[in-house]
Design a protein around this ligand. Structure first.
Ligand code: FAD
Length: 338
């Protein structure tokens, strides 16, 4: 499968990148390219120009700023998962980074690219030939949603791994564009709409992810990177964990991913793969508010996990299977923090 033609720009600073994105018609940022270039090969995204962020120094590195941890947007998933400080303080994030796609996706793919990846659907993420046997779906430029069987809607699902982990860590994203810098909670990055899933402006660059010190837990870093369906990290009193279930352990998007953060009696839970955006599990968190996590409490509330998620058949798995997975993954991830 070949890439379509496009112009290529390689700015050497963040200001230059923003200027190029503002001035070059149809330009899009590209980081590792592991999401965008595949979509371009499928002709579901066709930017006229790509602005590479790989040589923008402001997007590199992990640092501390007033106690908060600031991870540059272009830090690769491999670097995230092997950073000792992140592993000790934010195990859910490093576990999520370690189960993204395959080794190659992790070495090329960046944290910002992971958060900003497009939503997915079995009718959208296909080659031109595959899609040509039926009318173009709404997201690909047609009128009709083959999942919902109606016009003018898109329920493409968000499947990124690190977003769920960063949601339970109360992370914010820092974005720089023609109008300056803004920083806002990660949840506000997602529109909740399948066709245009992000709230980022066309000329805006995500420069960093910011995790507050209050979300750090003091558990020891685990040496072994967790395999799919295996996680856990933190001290007995707190910690965080990310668990994912995928069809193929070696290389695959999550069918469902679950992140849990706990500190004393405070618990946060988030899911990915279950709606048009990654989501905090409001009903579960409400049921857990002010309660110590125990096996009995986890069992009591687990059935609330799917509440609030609009699960559609954008993958071959059924909604009922995904709902069961949400409860099961929550139970195991929360259980690993006891
Ligand atoms: C076979 C396969 C399996 C995969 N499995 C998984 C998986 O299991 N879990 C998972 O989460 N993902 C998976 N992916 C998706 C992808 O590999 C990862 O999400 C990766 O982290 C994307 O990062 P990237 O740097 O390559 O992004 P890119 O492809 O470069 O960019 C993705 C999007 O983000 C935008 N972008 C990138 N950086 C910035 C920035 N700093 N500011 C503004 N916009 C930006 C781009 O314009 C583009 O729209 C898979 C992909 C493939 C092809």
């Amino acid at each position: 499968m070949r890439l379509p033609r496009f112009e290529y720009y390689q700015p050497g600073s963040l200001a230059e990148a923003v200027t190029m994105l503002s001035e070059v018609p149809g330009a899009r940022p590209v980081a590792g390219g592991t999401d965008l270039l595949v979509n371009m090969k499928h002709r579901v995204e066709q930017p006229a120009a790509l602005v590479s962020l790989s040589r923008v120094p402001e997007l590199a590195g992990v640092r501390s700023e007033d106690g908060a941890t600031v991870i540059g947007g272009s830090v690769t998933l491999t670097k995230v998962q092997h950073d000792e400080g992140l592993r000790a303080r934010f195990p859910a994030l490093t576990q999520a980074a370690s189960v993204v796609g395959s080794y190659r996706h992790q070495t090329m793919g960046t944290l910002a690219g992971n958060l900003l990846q497009n939503t997915r659907c079995r009718f959208f993420n296909q080659s031109v030939e595959w899609r040509s046997v039926r009318a173009l779906c709404y997201k690909a430029g047609g009128d009709y949603c083959h999942v919902m069987k109606k016009e003018g809607v898109c329920f493409c699902t968000y499947h990124g791994d690190t977003a769920a982990a960063l949601l339970v860590l109360d992370a914010e994203v820092r974005v720089e564009g023609p109008d300056g810098v803004r920083q806002f909670p990660l949840a506000q990055l997602y529109s909740g709409e399948g066709k245009v899933p992000l709230t980022l402006g066309a000329a805006e660059v995500m420069s960093a992810v910011v995790i507050p010190n209050a979300s750090a837990t003091n558990g020891a870093a685990t040496d072994a990177a967790p395999a799919t369906d295996a996680a856990g990290g933190g001290s007995p009193a707190g910690g965080s964990a990310y668990l994912k279930h995928a069809l193929r352990g070696a290389i695959d998007f999550p069918i469902v991913g679950a992140a849990v953060w706990r500190n004393g009696d405070a618990t946060r839970v988030a899911f990915t793969g279950v709606d048009r955006m990654p989501m905090r599990a409001a009903a579960l968190e409400e049921a857990l508010a002010g309660r110590a996590l125990t096996p009995a409490v986890i069992e009591e509330v687990a059935s609330l996990a799917p509440k609030g998620a609009t699960i559609t058949r954008t993958t071959v798995q059924s909604g009922s299977f995904k709902r069961e997975l949400m409860s099961a993954l929550f139970t195991r991830a929360a259980g690993s923090l006891l």
